[in-house]
Design a protein around this ligand. Structure first.
Ligand code: HEC
Length: 129
């Protein structure tokens, strides 16, 4: 390789290391566990037998009926809107986009406009059985 070639490669590596090339949102959003930790863990646990937080434990939530975590006091609004509903990936996506649209008056104070972040987190939750 020529001197100029080496200098070019070194320069490009320097740019990479400095973060000048940022990953597209899609690639960043694939780490669902990390996103869960950042976006949800302040209120929700997933570990089996973890104590309830501000929100109910989410282990196994994908596919289960809403509002079934024992010992968690769901709001009346949540119970009314989600009675007999199960958490499919589609319903979870709507929920995370705007919980107030799914259960007006719910206590969950969080919403996520980015579909890539929502789907990465839902994917992660579907593995937490
Ligand atoms: C600020 C606290 C807070 C954050 C942050 C939060 N939630 Fe919640 N979540 C709640 C509360 C409170 C409830 C119960 C709502 C009610 O009773 O009205 C809830 C309920 C839920 C439920 C219903 C569970 C069941 O047992 O039926 C799901 C699913 C859920 N949250 C997912 C998430 C996910 C995924 C995130 C992160 C992207 C998240 N939440 C972020 C507070 C939070």
């Amino acid at each position: 390789m020529s001197r100029a070639g080496i200098a070019f490669v070194a320069g490009a590596l320097g740019l990479l290391a400095s973060g000048a090339f940022t990953l597209p949102a899609q690639a960043q959003a694939t780490d669902g566990a990390k996103l869960f930790a950042q976006h949800c863990a302040a209120c929700h646990q997933v570990a089996a037998d973890a104590p309830q937080g501000m929100g109910p434990n989410l282990r196994g939530v994908v596919g289960r009926q809403a509002g079934q975590v024992k010992g968690f006091a769901y709001s009346a609004e949540f119970k009314k809107a989600l009675a007999k509903k199960s958490w499919t990936a589609e319903l979870l996506d709507k929920w995370l986009e705007e919980p107030q649209n799914v259960a007006p008056g719910t206590y969950m104070m969080y919403k996520q406009a980015d579909p890539a972040i929502r789907s990465a987190i839902i994917e992660y939750l579907s593995t937490a059985k």
